[in-house]
Ligand binder design. Sequence first.
Ligand SMILES: NC(=O)C1=CN([C@@H]2O[C@H](COP(=O)(O)OP(=O)(O)OC[C@H]3O[C@@H](n4cnc5c(N)ncnc54)[C@H](O)[C@@H]3O)[C@@H](O)[C@H]2O)[C@@H](O)CC1
Ligand SMILES: [K+]
Length: 580
Amino acid sequence: MTELVTAAQMRAIEQAAIESGEVTGLELMERAGQGVVEAIFEEWPELDMEVPDVPAASGEGGAAPAAQGRPPRDISGPKKHRAVVLCGPGNNGGDGFVVARLLKARGWEVSVWELAAPGEGAPDAVACRVAWLEAGGTISTWDEIEPLGAPDLLVDAVFGTGLTRPIPVALANMFRLFRDDWEGAARRERRKMRRVSVDIPSGLSADSGEILIDWEDERGEFPEGWPGFMDWYFDTDLTVTFHNAKLGHFLGAGGESTRKLKVKLLRGLGFTDSPRELPVSVEGHVRLIEPVFHGHRARSDVWFSFVNKHHGHKFNHGHALVMSGPPGQGGAARLAARGALRIGAGLVTVGCPMRAVTEHAVQLTAIMVKGLDGTHGLGEILEDKRITGLCLGPGLGLGPATADLVRIALEAKRGTVLDADALSRFQRKPDVLFDMLHDNCVLTPHGGEFARLFPDLAERLDAQENTATYSKVDATREAAKRAGCVVLFKGADTVIAAPDGRCSINAAVGDRAVPWLATAGAGDVLAGMITGLLARGFDAMSAAETGAWLHVEAARSFGPGLIAEDLPEELPKVFRALGL
Ligand SMILES: NC(=O)C1=CN([C@@H]2O[C@H](COP(=O)(O)OP(=O)(O)OC[C@H]3O[C@@H](n4cnc5c(N)ncnc54)[C@H](O)[C@@H]3O)[C@@H](O)[C@H]2O)[C@@H](O)CC1
Ligand SMILES: [K+]
């Protein structure tokens, strides 16, 4: 898995490298700028082509360098590649000056606009600004901004990991305007404008992925008359970050906006050849669940866990019991049961009230049905020690019986998933639930259920003024500690945390986005998949991580049009693709 870091952790890594004497801050900044330029040409190789020796059709392009014998490609417009670099007052802006200089050295026409000149607090950025001016570059201030002609590239080096204070609404609006103005100009000139953000799209917190806006400060120091609110961060095509991806690339709005992320290593920070290892121990880092590459084949983190478990008798693969509610409400439990079976539990039983047996029996074949006489019946069946995974919640109902069933289930100390009604039932007394939970449990709340069990954490997470420092990762970690078990907080940025501080993100963003997974019953299938893995002997954290990852993979594999029933049925295809 890739390790993700916070802004503070990144600063600590950087500081340690500088203090060890292996690299200077200025060298790191130079390397960061080089990394951005490398990433730009990797992403858009067409921008790296020689500029043909064709005079500009309009006056805007200026003279172009010699064509070196190549035929002209297009004679309809100005020929020099053109970039606009927006620089902020900190080190992110410093990286921007390096990018500007390197592009200019390659024959690009580059305009730099700065929000404010870097001050004493950012000496490396000051040095890079000087180097830009010495290279013949010019700098305009933002109040002078007017489109000079359409750029091929818009570089956002306004704020990076140092953005901790909210930015004025007016500035946020300018991000949007830049994009619209220049995109329009690019269309008119038949150019394509690519947008690249240095480190993180400006306006987003690198820790929480939240948009940092000062709503009170409508005008700030910026010109009046900027129109309505749209995207309050710098909307971008490519983000180039350094050393390690940050939490904010995957959480909240950061996940939505980071469509494509490239991580560039900074030589001098102790790296050998793997971006997956942190050179300096970073306490409390978060892992991103993602495929790892072996030779030519992408295999998931789950591959290793699975491989040695795929043989033997059906009882070697465990027996999952999914509890169902009254007649007419059994669909959710059946979905969960199917998820448990397809993910490889040897046996799966739906346990239900006697009067619901017929309904389940007519719908289920490979999955067994067992009529249970309330809590007493559940206690009895749990005397069978071969039942190794339990799922309670989907369609269980919010009546008092649910709390009793949860109590009996937790006393049995099996791998247990609590979802949906089994969580909501404890809204008034979450502590009663927390007292019963053990470390082989997984809670799988969505936002609403999370707020019912952890109202103070949800409130803190929602509070605008705290978004810079308090993230979904923090909230989930606190929740896991309080509950004493693994908590999986659902979303496109699913966060999974264990009470001992381990934490990972299953990000369904960027090219892994699956908006069609927001469909009725998908959560029930997830609960069942995790239960199946617990039944197979996975520990709670691995079961939650593996289940969450496969859930998204199944949705990706199926594609749009997916309904919850399709998720378990897609798993064999996902397994085949993983070489299981
Ligand atoms: N950590 C590393 O290893 C490296 C970091 N580098 C760059 O350095 C960046 C971090 O630099 P900094 O810590 O200087 O921070 P940033 O450049 O991200 O932004 C902070 C600057 O913006 C100002 N600012 C913050 N909030 C503001 C607001 N709401 N309105 C107006 N101004 C505001 C601050 O006073 C400060 O001047 C990274 O994102 C990266 O781009 C690279 O240069 C080299 C290596
Ligand atoms: K930026």
